[in-house]
Ligand binder design. Structure first.
Ligand SMILES: [Zn+2]
Length: 402
């Protein structure tokens, strides 16, 4: 391949990765296209893949009024590096961090905001551990609506608070945890105030169920297992609804077994399910490093417990150490930085594989619900090495210095 000097025009043919400079004058070089293709040889631009592809499976929506930031259509990534490390051949990550505001919440928010605006609302409100707030703030901005987010004081990552504020939301804090924030939102219901945008709003579930449609379309079938982090239980509920609807229209013939994943210090649903309780045993002071699932009284617990049971599924807890390790594994093997809550699904896959519950040849999808850039507060400062010269760098590269 030829590389032309941007200064003297000399044609260089060396390997630009090791010698990027012109051999005659030392300036930079650029690649020269030897034979350009004709325009007709180019691939046509792909059609945009968003959740609105499934509009016919969503509540009646006036098409002119969709509030969309191109949500959905996220990649289902075959994770070969992770598959080897976990010992499952067919391991996939449904990377929901690739949504417009960096989390799966955008699916439900797009649908709920569309219907709220067409119903005449001019403002929106939610309680949040951070992702719902950021998503609602963005969609409210796009819809031309005011946004009010209520968060537990000191328990939301700064990145998520800042993100909400930049979209123009008013951020309100409550003493206590997420459950206290949601209690205030519940009290607002029926008041004629802002549209309530938590997953107690059924339109949110409708948007989120499209994640299940996509997984089926991307695999050309339902997976054997789907692992999902559980905070409020809304997303698990939504996926189960989606899988069932897809089967009912004949798009798939089977259903996956669902695994609800919770952090050990915030596991009301998993504990209740595994103890065989028919009601929820709440956790008064939920604690985990995975802030997105630090919830003690999941609003959707009834439907979530039913979904686990109906899918012949499991509820699993993982501790903070396992979650942090799993996040490093996903980043190190797949180059994908996911939220701590998201990494809990991979930690659970490792656990279930070890226990023999998941077999090597089964198809497993881990839903990673949020982008790790929003959840970096808790990460320790990385170990770094200071160097003063290329000679010193050589010593490190050749292992003569550590
Ligand atoms: Zn030159």
């Amino acid at each position: 391949m030829n590389f032309r000097c941007i200064n003297c025009g000399a044609i260089n043919s060396g390997d630009p990765s090791s010698s990027p400079f012109c051999q005659s004058c030392g300036d930079l070089t650029e690649w020269v296209m030897e034979k350009a293709p004709t325009v007709s040889g180019l691939l046509p631009p792909p059609q945009e893949f968003t959740l609105w592809r499934y509009a016919s499976l969503l509540p009646g929506i006036d098409e002119g009024g969709i509030v969309s930031l191109s949500e959905g259509g996220t990649p289902l990534q075959y994770s070969d590096g992770l598959a080897g490390a976990v010992g499952i051949d067919e391991l996939f990550i449904k990377n929901e961090g690739r949504n417009p505001t960096g989390s799966f919440k955008d699916r439900g928010m797009s649908v709920a905001m569309t219907l709220a605006r067409s119903a005449g609302y001019t403002s929106s409100i939610c309680a949040s551990t951070g992702n719902t707030a950021a998503s609602m703030a963005a969609y409210s901005a796009k819809a031309g609506m005011k946004a009010f987010v209520i968060v537990p004081k000191g328990k939301v990552t700064r990145a998520k608070l800042k993100q909400s504020a930049i979209y123009g939301a008013m951020v309100l804090e409550v003493e206590g945890n997420f459950d206290a924030a949601l209690d205030i939102v519940r009290e607002m219901s029926g008041s004629g105030g802002p549209a309530i945008m938590n997953s107690i709003n059924p339109y949110r579930i409708e948007g989120q169920k499209t994640g299940a449609f996509e997984v089926c379309d991307q695999l050309s079938s339902a997976p054997d297992w789907l692992l999902i982090p559980v905070g409020n239980g809304g997303n698990l509920t939504a996926y189960w609804k989606g899988f069932n609807e897809f089967r009912s229209i004949g798009a798939v013939t089977s259903l996956p077994r669902l695994v609800a994943v919770q952090a050990e210090g915030a596991s009301p649903l998993a504990s209740s399910f595994n103890e065989g309780s028919s009601t929820l045993i709440p956790v008064d002071k939920p604690e985990t490093i995975a802030t997105a699932i630090r919830i003690g009284r999941p609003a959707n617990w009834k439907r979530a417990m039913k979904a686990i049971r109906d899918s012949n599924g499991l509820a699993v807890t993982v501790d903070d150490r396992e979650i942090v390790k799993a996040r490093e594994l996903v980043a190190g093997k797949e180059g994908s930085l996911v939220e701590l809550a998201s990494a809990s699904t991979v930690a659970a896959a490792i656990k279930l594989k070890k226990q023999g519950a998941i077999r090597k040849e089964e198809t497993v999808v881990c839903v990673t619900t949020g982008n790790g850039l929003k959840d970096i507060d808790e990460a320790e400062a990385p170990d770094t090495v200071i160097i003063r010269s290329a000679g010193e760098l050589q010593m490190i590269l050749t292992g003569k210095k550590k």
